[in-house]
Design a protein around this ligand. Structure first.
Ligand code: ISL
Ligand code: CA
Length: 551
């Protein structure tokens, strides 16, 4: 199916986790003026769209994914005037701004919840999901994403409320038309300010499947599919939000949500559906999570990983659109997770850049990938800030688990790996702040930082720039076709892209072993991490080598 031309299909997203981008006032917390001071840098990369993780008022139980006022900026980040200046600065540079919309839940400190819990008769009671105890216990056996039960008992009114995330993140009741109206209003508030779209947090979870009943599944991922995601009214809610609000602006939306699968995704993103512009899917992100989630890991399966990438690429042929990504603020650094962050770090980071930027869709680059940032080591829970890590640590240790074993897992999979400050230079605190940061920098900042990359023409940073420029010049990436080329070796991923009379092939070696491929020999290189444009490809692939050739 051919895709209609739309600006947001042609662009590239850069995600900023605001607490960790740049501190401007020496309190150790990244802020809006800090981001403003880096806009020229972001523009110099060739980025089109900036996605900001939440900057709203929040008690920060889940670092801003627990919002207490949707129309206020958290003082840690600055003021509304700072926000307006940021938006202006982004637009002046020809870029766009996407905000995070977190409306599956609010903070328990949001005034709606304060009123809701005040009394069973409060007109706000029904903004959230309250239930009586059943046989003196939780209404259902639902586990929370962040450990423990999804129900919290409220002594004063003697009922439980539902929270799929932490107990400070009560789930909103979307069945209530007033809740939906409030959300439409706040979406309109930000769109009227001139932002260019929303990334919608766990949007697949907003419609609950009533009556709420026990799950029969054991594995957390299956519970999500069985009970939490893709509820009966999800498409009605998204369609209404689109029709009543979003469609009146020239904006786009990217939906995030566990439980969206290869088969049901098209219902969210099909062009004629009028729901979401695109989604982030998680098939490659959850595949090494075991029954109990990320702290119950199973072995990474490269074959499956590459099959998932190729399979999801086809959804674009079916008329859908996605945002390819390999890391974000919830996972670990992509090269540490899927590649090599040691000996072959530079080659590997560049190869992943080739992959990310030659898939169809609107790619999302997580801040710091452009310099090949890596996971760090966490030796003690005191070094961690993430509520997910801390909750699961407590559960693990209470059950008699060895703290050191858990901390090893945290160093692999903990979300704080990607939340450490950006490494700007080799000065103290990596140039992020003059004070001790809210989450300590990765000690490798003296070797991996933006400043050093700037002065090295062969750096990962310059490679990203070149690749982004290249992507912009060629429409193959957006409107062409993409087809996998079968290879005899799991670690060699190959595909072909065509548009008009242009034909390219991409070969990627997902290993440190040298190998060769029977395609493309004698063709001219257009972009590569070892070879230079204009070189002749010989069919040989070095460690983590990536190459795009013209056929
Ligand atoms: O982070 C995860 C695994 O470690 C995911 O399961 C994550 O919880 C899920 O993808 C939803 O994430 C989003 O909503 C959460 C928030 O903590 C995440 O930061 C956000 O991206 C609750 O708002
Ligand atoms: Ca600050």
């Amino acid at each position: 199916m051919s895709q209609t031309k739309t600006w947001w299909k042609e662009q590239v997203i850069y995600q900023i986790y605001p607490r960790s981008y740049q501190d401007s006032n020496g309190d150790g917390i990244g802020d809006i003026p800090g981001i403003i001071s880096r806009l020229d840098y972001i523009q110099s990369l060739g980025i089109d769209i900036i996605w900001l993780s939440p900057i709203y008022a929040s008690p920060n139980d889940d670092n801003g994914y627990d919002i207490s006022d949707y129309r206020a900026i958290h003082p840690d980040f600055g003021t509304m005037a700072d926000f307006d200046a940021l938006l202006k600065g982004i637009h002046e540079r020809g870029m766009k701004l996407v905000m995070d919309l977190v409306v599956n839940h609010t903070s328990d400190e949001h005034e709606w919840f304060e009123k809701s819990k005040s009394s069973k008769d409060s007109p706000y009671r029904d903004y959230y999901i309250w239930r009586d105890a059943v046989d003196g216990k939780e209404p259902t056996n639902w586990p929370s994403f962040f450990g423990g039960s999804s129900w919290e008992f409220h002594e004063e009114t003697q009922q439980y409320y539902l929270h799929l995330f932490t107990k400070k993140q009560p789930d909103l009741n979307w069945e209530n038309a007033r809740v939906r109206q409030e959300i439409h209003d706040l979406v309109r508030y930000w769109l009227d300010k001139g932002i260019d779209g929303f990334r919608m947090d766990v949007i697949s979870l907003i419609s609950k499947d009533y009556p709420l009943t026990d799950t029969t599944k054991k594995a957390f991922g299956e519970v999500v599919i069985e009970r939490y995601a893709n509820g009966p009214r999800i498409h009605e809610y998204l369609h209404d939000l689109h029709t009543d609000v979003l469609s009146q602006y020239d904006v786009f939306t990217v939906g995030e949500g566990p439980g969206i699968t290869r088969t049901n995704a098209i219902d969210y993103i099909g062009a004629e559906r009028g729901e979401l512009s695109m989604i982030f899917h998680f098939d490659h992100m959850f595949m090494d999570h075991g029954a109990d989630g990320k702290f119950d890991p199973v072995a990474f399966d490269l074959k499956r990983f590459l099959d998932v990438i190729a399979d999801w690429n086809d959804i674009i042929e079916e008329g859908g659109w996605i945002s390819p990504f390999f890391d974000n603020h919830d996972f670990q650094r992509m090269i540490s997770r899927f590649g090599d962050d040691g000996e072959h770090r530079e080659a590997c980071a560049k190869m992943f850049a080739i992959l990310l930027l030659t898939l169809r869709g609107t790619p999302s680059i997580y801040m710091g990938s452009e310099i090949g940032m890596t996971n760090r080591t966490f030796d003690s829970i005191d070094q961690c800030r993430d509520v997910e890590t801390i909750n699961f640590y407590n559960i693990y240790v209470e059950k008699g688990g060895d703290p050191a074993t858990f901390m090893k897992m945290v160093s692999d999979v903990g979300r704080d790996n990607v939340r450490v400050p950006i490494q700007w230079d080799s000065s103290s605190h990596a140039g992020f702040s003059t004070a001790k940061p809210w989450l300590d920098v990765n000690p490798n900042f003296t070797k991996i930082n933006v400043k050093d990359c700037e002065s090295d023409p062969a750096s990962i940073l310059h490679f990203y720039r070149e690749l982004l420029r290249f992507r912009k010049q060629h429409r193959n990436f957006v409107y062409g076709t993409w087809k996998r080329i079968e290879t005899s070796r799991v670690e060699t991923f190959a595909y072909e892209m065509r548009f008009d009379d242009q034909q390219w092939q991409v070969f990627l070696n997902f290993s440190a072993e040298q190998t060769s491929i029977s395609h493309g020999s004698g063709c001219t290189v257009v972009m590569a991490n070892y070879l230079s444009p204009g070189d002749t490809f010989t069919g040989k692939l070095q460690a983590w080598e990536g190459v795009i050739i013209a056929v």
